[in-house]
Design a protein. Structure first.
Length: 256
């Protein structure tokens, strides 16, 4: 049985190593990586493909396990949990957003958002549907709630996936290339949703290859060859300037 401790950090990684055995050879993807993320941070994870970004997210969410080191999320030792414990913990504490949405195609957007609440046994039956509608309304999809994923656009599917990730009120959002499969305008809409969530107190880590989006985030961690090559915090005036530019773009769109 694992024990959670009090921690000021939402995420704490200590000397994480990950080694895969491929064709009889060992491939070290993460090499003694350590980092902390505080509550309310909005962090971009960048770097070339194949250098460990998605593997890093998988360590934090418990989708994969480290070969060595410690993974603590909200003071809970993710690396010590068994599969059943991980599933229960993940459902209550982490929202995950994928590049290709991962919505179940045979059920409505509303049912896709309700499902995590059912799995976690969270909220009463009536409250689940009400909360799902509220979350879909928050991302601008209340009028699409009863449609199947395949009948709405890619941007709408991603917004539904965001609503699903928020279903159980997680303390941490993890997004792996969430705008990578979207056009520029739709990606901007999704990114603004993320900004609003962070402004409301959410903690978020996002893997992205979009340099312009990353530069608008207050913290950028670059992963190269399985280590942190750079961990930079944007000057407040830069982030403020980006927010002002977003507001100017929004006003132009609304005037059209």
């Amino acid at each position: 049985m694992f024990t959670c401790s009090n921690s000021k950090n939402i995420v704490e990684l200590n000397e994480i190593n990950k080694v895969y055995n491929t064709g009889g050879q060992e491939l070290e993807v993460l090499k003694g990586l350590s980092l902390t993320v505080d509550a309310g941070e909005f962090v971009a994870i960048t770097g070339p493909s194949g250098n460990g970004k998605s593997t890093l997210l998988n360590m934090i969410t418990g989708i994969d396990r480290p070969t060595g080191g410690e993974v603590l999320v909200n003071g809970c030792p993710v690396h010590e949990m068994n599969e059943n414990q991980l599933a229960a913990w993940r459902g209550q504490n982490v929202g995950i957003i994928f590049q290709f949405f991962q919505l179940l195609p045979s059920i409505s957007l509303l049912q896709n958002v309700v499902m995590p609440m059912e799995f976690a046994g969270k909220y009463r039956r009536k409250e689940r549907r009400e909360r799902a509608y509220h979350l879909l309304d928050m991302v601008g999809l209340a009028d699409q709630a009863n449609k199947l994923p395949g009948t709405v656009s890619g941007g709408q599917q991603q917004r539904a996936a965001i609503a699903r990730a928020l279903a159980n009120d997680p303390s941490l959002l993890i997004a792996d290339e969430p705008t990578g499969n979207l056009d520029t305008q739709t990606a901007e809409t999704v990114f603004e949703l993320f900004q609003n969530l962070v402004e409301g107190g959410m903690t978020m880590l996002m893997v992205t290859h979009d340099v312009e989006l990353a530069q608008r985030m207050p913290r950028i961690i670059e992963i190269r060859d399985g280590v942190i090559a750079c961990d930079s915090i944007a000057a407040p005036e830069i982030f403020t300037g980006a927010s002002q530019e977003i507001e100017r773009v929004r006003e132009k769109v609304e005037r059209r």
